[in-house]
Write a protein that binds this ligand. Structure first.
Ligand code: AGP
Length: 612
């Protein structure tokens, strides 16, 4: 998720552009840049790595004069954060500049074709293909060139384009990524969301998918990129609270990020499933050859906290469907052990931030011992991403809330893709591979159905927010989810103690705690261990314990046993964690609200633990 902005009018563009980038920094903050067209048609671009303040310092000593311009703050998806990978991206002659939020799925093919026709690229990004495509179609009319370029592009985009030889306009286009036009007097604004234009105008127009806009200082036109017809669009009056807009109407980032889940799953598997073949493409692992994959004799997954629980879901997947022995280690333990590693051992580090000190130290230790070290990281170009030999990015977008939710979902999706990727090179059949990839593609809709039960979860949170102790119980794929549910409740509703256990462990001690003041979440989808979970629920009920069950739609029997039931749709057993995690994340957030806590920034915690 990146932030884009544009200005055209009677004032110096740079002032609005910088201000807009600061408002949009929550959308991505690893590099930034602006391109401004001066009154004498000089088109200049300045970029920087790091936060917006670094760019601001640069601009203070290299002021860009001009009344139209575009700007970008980046959350890298392709290409490490660097000045050359920062947007705006220019064409060969730097007479056209583009800023982009989204992912161009077919950029590699487009780049090959453009290079064959003589275009010179200077970045590793997918976005740069847009600048060169427009250049190849430019005959003096910018919107025409953009229209003729978009037909070649597959993927998601919100773009803004300026050109030296068709000045006095900015051309924008939208597909799957957000874009608004701010309507001023003698000036107009463009941004990824309305938070960027607050204080400049309260009138905006939302662009819809497959629409292109031509913006001048005094006017704007919207056309459909499909029919080329003009589109009339109502102006909307916006709220004047930037932080509320950044949360896109949600009270807190954690809710926004939980409800982003279906979109995050799409972005995590976008361009990675080979339709109809039951195969997965993971470009970041192309360094691995098939013999190496077949010779893997053990995988060690290292991570901390929520990422560790995602790894533990992956352990079951990789053992059951890729036939590889797996162990999951808490990174702060692994780094001080004497792990037995050989050249056939693959170590996988999972980290949302890519900066967790214990995980980084474990990566370095594993490399010292000769393991092939892979990363599953959300923050492109982060330290762990750079330290590992290869890896897979989550594409989950920035996760602002301290409690990890959408990144956790993405980590499990990537692990399921990795299971097919490795399995199909070993003994996984076409049928199994296709069954898994077909089901992964259904997940966004299945998750949307679970999210529709958020009101029931909110009622449960009100009902149980006065209890001070909880157990979370699950088996097999959902044992790690029990641990994650307990951690999320401890983290977000930090006055409550909770523990996650394997369902079968209750009788080995914890059940001594059960009475009517000790509610238990049972994660009990209709899977291979459901009967065992039923027995565990009976054990708790026999001791007057309260039971909240997460069960599969259609299972009416469980209502006779549980005090409360939250339902999830049926899916493959290995993918149930992606559905059972949602009610637990929501429960923790709603309980935190009930307790009047700052659920995006729980006490004592930091988003990234960069110290030991
Ligand atoms: C999760 O909600 C916590 N914020 C924490 O456990 C986190 O998962 C852990 O610190 C690992 O962070 P990382 O994924 O950035 O490495």
């Amino acid at each position: 998720m990146c932030g884009i902005a544009g200005y055209i009018g009677k004032k110096e563009a740079q002032n609005f552009l910088l201000d807009a980038l600061k408002r949009l920094e929550y959308r991505g903050y690893d590099s930034a840049g602006v391109a401004v067209l001066s009154d004498d048609a000089i088109l200049k671009c300045i970029k920087s790595v790091g936060k917006i303040c670094v760019l601001e310092e640069k601009l203070n000593s290299n002021n860009l004069s001009g009344k139209s311009g575009i700007a970008h703050t980046r959350w890298a998806t392709h290409g490490f954060p660097s000045e050359k990978n920062a947007h705006p991206h220019g064409d060969c002659k730097e007479e056209i500049f583009v800023v982009h939020n989204g992912i161009i799925e077919n950029y590699k093919k487009l780049k090959e074709d453009l290079e064959k026709s003589g275009h010179k690229f200077c970045s590793e990004t997918d976005t740069e293909v847009i600048s060169h495509l427009i250049e190849s179609h430019f005959k003096g009319n910018l919107e025409e060139a953009v229209l003729n370029s978009l037909v070649h592009i597959k993927g998601a985009y919100a773009i803004a384009v300026i050109a030296k030889y068709d000045p006095a306009k900015i051309v924008v286009a939208k597909k799957s990524s957000p874009l608004i036009i701010g309507i001023g007097v003698g000036e107009n604004f463009i941004a990824s969301d309305a938070s960027a234009v607050i204080g400049y105008t309260d009138q905006i127009v939302y662009l819809e998918d497959d629409e292109l806009g031509i913006i001048t200082a005094d006017d704007y036109h919207i056309i459909s990129t499909i029919s080329n017809n003009c589109v009339q669009r109502e102006h909307c009056k916006i709220k004047q609270d930037a932080s509320e807009i950044q949360k896109e109407g949600y009270e807190h980032f954690i809710f926004k990020e939980i409800f982003e889940g279906p979109e995050v799953v799409k972005n995590s598997f976008r361009g990675r499933i080979v339709d109809g073949e039951g195969l997965v493409k993971l470009g970041g692992l192309d360094v691995l050859n098939q013999d190496q994959i077949r010779n893997i004799n053990r995988i060690i997954i290292i991570a901390c906290g929520t990422a560790n629980y995602a790894g533990r879901v992956g352990e079951y997947m990789l053992e059951e469907y890729a036939g590889i022995p797996v162990e999951v280690e808490i990174a702060s333990e692994f780094r001080y052990r004497k792990p037995i590693i050989d050249a056939q051992t693959v170590v996988i580090a999972i980290s949302q931030s890519g900066e967790t000190a214990d995980t980084l130290a474990s990566v370095q230790e594993a490399k010292r011992k000769g393991a092939l070290v892979l990363g599953i990281v959300n923050t492109v170009g982060s330290t762990i991403a750079r330290e590992t030999h290869a890896g897979v990015y989550n594409h989950a977008g920035p996760e602002i809330s301290v409690a990890s939710t959408k990144a956790f979902i993405s980590q499990i999706v990537v692990l399921s893709l990795l299971t097919v990727y490795l399995g199909r090179t070993r003994d996984m059949s076409f049928v199994i591979g296709k069954r898994i990839t077909d089901e992964i593609k259904k997940l966004p809709d299945l998750m949307t159905r679970v999210l529709k039960s958020s009101n029931e979860v909110e009622k449960l949170a009100k009902k149980y927010s006065n209890y001070r102790n909880f157990f979370f119980l699950g088996r097999k794929y959902n044992y790690p989810i029990a641990c994650e549910g307990a951690l999320k409740l401890k983290e977000v509703a930090s006055l409550i103690h909770a523990e996650g256990y394997a369902g079968g462990e209750m009788k080995h001690g914890p059940i001594a705690m059960i009475d009517k003041n000790f509610p238990c979440f049972f994660i009990a989808p209709s899977d291979s261990v459901y009967e065992k979970m039923w027995s565990n629920i009976e054990e708790v009920k026999a001791r007057d314990g309260k039971v909240i069950a997460i069960a599969t739609e259609g299972n009416e029997d469980i209502k006779s046993l549980a005090d409360d039931v939250i339902y999830i749709p049926k899916t493959l057993e290995m993918l149930t964690p992606l559905l059972t995690a949602i009610p637990l994340h929501l429960f923790a957030a709603y309980v935190g609200i009930e307790l009047g806590l700052d659920i995006d920034k729980p006490r004592n915690l930091a988003k990234s633990v960069t110290v030991e």
